[in-house]
Design a protein around this ligand. Structure first.
Ligand code: 4AD
Length: 463
């Protein structure tokens, strides 16, 4: 038994030492018997040299028949290569003395990790040089997600996602919020509309939670003051778009407010720049790895988050020749256009739009005191796409019941929620964010499926 050295620790300083390493066969140059080994957990690669003089003819034969992606353990000596190595992350090489196969990969793999790791620019360059450079289609990637996840960009994306979640919790804990977990099996829908997965709950009709909305508010009714949740959210979306999933990770917050719903926006305005800075500080290598395959510019954001009213937003659109119903909603196109206009005028790709028309907000949204056609609500955008919606909530049970029925919700199915308000509740509000959307937009990726480990969409329930 020997201690394994991770490939990322194979550096000049340990030249001359004997090490045991583990990884997958990433590439093989048959003629010279160079094997590139790729370690798990970040796409680190090292070149292993298999010389007959050192290992014997049988070992050379064994290495030659190893299929790509097989998991091997190698014992060898760390050495400085005669000339600089290209195509591996480590600049030293391993002079192999022994190699064992721990798990053989099937040789007819539907996806070659090296192909799946190339940027568009790399593909074009290879094509120009007349070398084969297959493009790996999104469905091929997703059908073979365990292979696709092995690319350096994917390894980095899920580390960034983890850090977004960590920073979200860290910030909210520092402000005295408590993490909670609300039920995902519900008697009625929490957001209304048709995007709800219905199921049978021991003979009773039930559904999967479309958000933690009702229970996070009920936590405030239970005097929990400020709460957050990181958990699954289910939406029976029909739309097959670049930004809709049927299951995503929701980052939710609910809090008491003292005077005004702007207190919630104050929190958001501090929380997200905190997250963005933490990602820059903690994930420089990961951002670089994503950029290498999917080039993007760092997000532009202001120290003080920009806030515009919905009316100001549609005025900007109007001046640019885009008409939007002042009591309607923005569609994807107008959101994108407004994102461009905001970037030109205010030099930021992260901003909030508030005072939305009541008609386009969920039933629990508090109408504005001065004009009930508008509401104490807001959306937040990164690079012209929505990542969050939030609002002050109605805390008067009669009004809540009335608004729910007007929105077509069967109030019987949410009676325990409405009842929760009958015993007194402080004014409160909060917001919900889609984690996959945040990571997608932070890295300017073109599709939310790239930031979901095993995406569920209107066509996909496996793997
Ligand atoms: O705008 P939504 O539906 O708002 C709510 O769920 C409210 N309960 C939030 C609140 O506290 N007022 O969803 C919130 C966020 C969206 O901005 C978006 O980022 C994400 O959740 N989201 C989705 N992400 C992926 N796929 C989908 N189908 C999504 N639907 C919403």
């Amino acid at each position: 038994w020997r201690e394994l050295t991770h490939v990322s620790n194979l550096v000049e300083e340990i030249v001359g030492s004997e090490v045991s390493i583990r990884g997958r066969v990433h590439k093989r140059l048959a003629k010279k018997m160079f094997v590139t080994l790729r370690a798990s957990g970040g796409g680190f690669t090292v070149q292993c040299v298999v010389e007959e003089a050192r290992v014997g003819a049988n070992m050379v034969k064994f290495v030659k028949q190893l299929s790509l992606e097989s998991v091997v353990e190698v014992i060898g000596v760390v050495s400085s290569p005669p000339k600089p190595i290209t195509g591996t992350t480590q600049q030293v090489e391993i002079l192999v003395t022994k190699m064992y196969c721990l798990s053989k990969a099937s040789p007819d793999s539907p996806l070659v990790v090296e192909d799946a790791s190339r940027s568009e620019a790399d593909i074009e360059k290879l094509e120009k040089d007349g070398q084969p450079a297959p493009r790996v289609l999104q469905d091929t990637r997703l059908n073979n997600r365990v292979l696709d996840l092995r690319t350096p960009a994917n390894q980095a994306i899920f580390s960034i996602q983890d850090q977004v979640e960590i920073a979200f919790r860290e910030f909210l804990h520092s402000k005295g919020f408590r993490g909670i977990h609300t039920p995902k099996l519900m008697a009625g829908s929490s957001e209304g509309g048709s995007a709800v997965f219905k199921l049978d709950y021991k003979g009773k009709p039930a559904c999967l939670a479309q958000s933690p909305q009702l229970h996070k508010q009920m936590a405030i009714c239970g005097d929990m003051r400020g709460v957050f949740e990181v958990g699954p959210v289910f939406r029976a979306e029909d739309s097959f778009t670049h930004r809709h999933l049927c299951e995503f990770v929701g980052l939710d917050v609910e809090m008491e407010i003292r005077n005004h719903y702007s207190e919630i926006m104050d929190l958001v305005g501090d929380l997200f720049p905190f997250i963005f800075r933490k990602i820059e500080e903690r994930c420089p290598k990961e951002l670089e790895a994503v950029r290498k395959q999917y080039p993007f510019q760092s997000l532009k954001f202001l120290p003080e988050t920009l806030r515009l009213t919905f009316a100001q937003g549609i005025q900007m659109l109007k001046e640019a020749g885009v008409e939007v119903d002042p009591l309607g909603d923005l569609n994807t196109e107008s959101e994108r256009k407004l994102g461009q206009l905001v970037l030109e005028k205010y030099k930021t790709e992260f901003y909030m739009l508030h005072r939305y028309p009541s008609a386009v907000r969920p039933f629990y949204t508090m109408p504005c005191e001065d004009d009930p056609n508008y509401s104490n609500s807001f959306d937040v955008f990164i690079r012209g796409e929505e990542i969050m919606s939030g609002a002050q909530r109605i805390h008067d049970p009669q009004l809540l019941e009335k608004r729910a029925s007007e929105c077509g919700i069967d109030v019987k199915t949410i009676s325990t929620y409405i009842d929760a308000f009958r015993y007194g509740v402080p004014p409160h509000g909060g917001f919900g964010v889609g984690l996959e959307r945040v990571v997608m937009l932070l890295c300017a990726l073109d599709n939310i499926r790239k930031t979901s480990l095993f995406p569920r969409d209107s066509h996909r329930l496996a793997p």
